[in-house]
Design a protein around this ligand. Structure first.
Ligand code: SF4
Length: 195
């Protein structure tokens, strides 16, 4: 492996360790497993249409059966409920209960420390970092290493470098508006995969 590549992998591994530690500290005495924590955080920030059990399984790279076990456990703890999906009564969508939402809000505070550190960096540096990370996610997605990537770079509505304006060179055909590098989305609810 190229020296620079090895350093990037090492830095990402270090960051991944830090993120996991911060999350575990926030989870404290909650007695939730990593997948249960991920599920609560996911349900807190996604539309109902993205909250079906199979969707979560795909999101986390798990089998539907494993995901279903995690969901049953959260249900037993009174943290979420299942609701029939209006378009197909055989399918269930998941909703946080009031107790589940309180837990998810608490867990979501894990990222505050990181956000505080990011405030120290110049917008241009952060824009470059976002651009690199999105390209890395796109590359992992196209290689089949991750199955879900609701980012502009994999969306059928994305038109890269459609404008001469250097500040907002890209275009979203769904919203019909130019996009700056910093506007590119990491988890867009309107995302549709390129065919
Ligand atoms: S729909 Fe969302 S993901 Fe797709 S190009 Fe527009 S903003 Fe990006």
């Amino acid at each position: 492996m190229d020296k620079l590549d090895a350093k990037i992998v090492s830095a990402l591994e270090r960051l991944s360790h830090v993120l996991r530690t911060l999350l575990w500290e926030e989870a404290g005495e909650s007695r939730l497993s990593p997948i249960q924590i991920q599920s609560l955080l996911y349900l807190r920030s996604h539309d109902e249409k993205l909250c079906r059990v199979n969707q979560l399984a795909e999101e986390f790279g798990l089998t539907p059966a494993t995901m279903s076990d995690a969901v049953s456990s959260l249900e037993a703890k009174g943290l979420l409920t299942r609701k029939p999906w209006p378009q197909d009564k055989r399918v269930f969508t998941l909703r946080l209960t009031a107790k589940g939402r309180r837990s998810a809000e608490k867990l979501a505070r894990w990222s505050d420390v990181l956000t505080k550190q990011l405030e120290r960096f110049a917008p241009e540096e952060k824009e470059q970092a976002l651009k690199f990370l999105l390209k890395l996610i796109e590359s992992l997605y196209r290689a089949g290493i991750i199955t879900v990537a609701r980012i502009c770079l994999t969306c059928r509505f994305f038109r890269p470098n459609a404008h001469k304006n250097a500040r907002a060179p890209h275009h979203c055909a769904l919203m019909d508006k130019p996009l700056a590098e910093s506007d590119l989305r990491v988890d867009c609810p309107e995302h549709e995969r390129v065919a």
